[in-house]
Design a protein around this ligand. Structure first.
Ligand code: PMV
Length: 361
């Protein structure tokens, strides 16, 4: 096995062994097989990307900062099939033919054009993240697909290039190339818009508890939600201004390893984003009754001296930011007040790992 993406964690050392074992690491019966497996971890934005200035290239209006998490990840195997007459997309062991497959095929064709390569292919993916529920499934999914694609074609790409490639599939995916904390530099064109590592091994006591109050698909996709606020909200320019400011403050808070500031800035930025959604024409929200209940629990806990903060993405689920010493107090109270919610504790996760599976004959 050869690792083809520079500076990455070999798959044998990645935490995602359970996923890797559910996907065959052997070339199939086709001859001249070239395949690769990549594992990418989801990232949760502390400062949100919410609005594109170029929808095709997925160029954002603002920078954004995220935490890559260890417990939510995607493992994807990409195999080039020279003698096949169509493409395959297998998700969680089942072959897909709907919109998800089409999106993946279109994305791969885009990458093929970009690198001047061709051929039918098979994508096999296992997503350890509930999809379309605001738990950043697309971040790990498109990062893993970009990595597996690069591995299968033997492309020697830098992590910045891999980040650009992932961005073309889903904006937030560009940050999942890195572990720890990363920042997406918005840039002005395809070349200048990619993520960088802020700190891949942060020495910060920061845990995230994902509170799944509802795993049903979100009412409006992140792409549609963003497009609507950009096109119709009179407050969009204010959001852009505030988010740029929040990003600068977050960078400083991270450097100071200041948990309180990180939490406060992240919570306010999430509230700004969700407030913006209400000001679109027509307004919309991802909140469900239990989202608001969970927000109140976090605010109450903090008022009573258990320091914790929340953030939310394009979905009804909350992510609570908390230091290790308070994890059990927060978990206990959330389980009591929201008995149906599923709680997942996560810490900092690693960057992408890509392993090439070799050639046959
Ligand atoms: O990358 P997308 O299209 O799934 O958008 C993600 C948007 C948020 O998760 C809400 C914010 C972010 O920066 O991840």
């Amino acid at each position: 096995m050869t690792t083809v993406v520079r500076e990455c964690v070999p798959i044998s050392e990645a935490r995602s062994q359970s996923a890797a074992t559910t996907i065959s690491s052997h070339p199939s019966r086709h001859s001249s097989i070239r395949a690769a497996i990549a594992t990418a971890h989801a990232n949760i934005a502390l400062i949100k990307y919410w609005g594109k200035k170029d929808t095709l290239l997925r160029l954002p209006f603002t920078p954004s900062i995220s935490m890559t998490v260890d417990q939510l990840y995607t493992t994807t195997r990409f195999e080039i099939l020279p003698s096949a007459d169509h493409n395959f997309f297998v998700l969680g062991g089942e072959e897909q033919s709907g919109a998800a497959a089409q999106r993946a095929f279109d994305y791969v064709r885009l990458l093929q054009q970009r690198f001047g390569v061709s051929g039918h292919f098979r994508i096999e993916t296992v997503n350890h993240v509930p999809m379309s529920a605001g738990l950043a499934s697309s971040s790990s999914a498109f990062a893993a697909l970009a990595g597996a694609f690069a591995g299968a074609y033997g492309l020697h790409v830098s992590r910045a290039e891999l980040s650009r490639m992932a961005r073309l599939g889903s904006g937030s995916a560009c940050r999942s190339i890195y572990g720890g904390l990363s920042e997406w530099l918005p840039g002005t064109d395809d070349h200048s818009s990619y993520a960088i590592a802020l700190n891949e091994h942060p020495d910060i006591d920061l845990n995230l508890i994902a509170v799944q109050v509802d795993v049903s698909p979100k009412p409006i996709s992140s792409t549609q939600g963003m497009a609507r606020v950009v096109a119709t909200s009179p407050y969009f320019p204010v959001w852009v201004q505030q988010t740029r400011k929040a990003c600068a403050q977050m960078r400083e808070a991270i450097q100071r390893k200041d948990f309180s500031a990180i939490g406060q800035i992240a919570q306010q930025n999430a509230l700004d984003m969700h407030a913006l959604n209400l000001t679109a024409r027509p307004g919309f929200t991802y909140f469900q009754p239990d989202t608001i209940r969970a927000m109140r629990v976090v605010d109450d806990l903090r008022a009573s001296g258990v320091e914790c903060y929340y953030t939310m993405d394009a979905g009804s689920n909350l992510k609570v930011l908390v230091q290790s010493g308070n994890v059990s107090a927060v978990t206990h109270r959330l389980s009591h007040d929201l008995p149906h919610a599923m709680l997942t504790r996560a810490g900092f996760g690693p960057g992408i790992s890509v392993s090439r599976l070799g050639e046959k004959e």
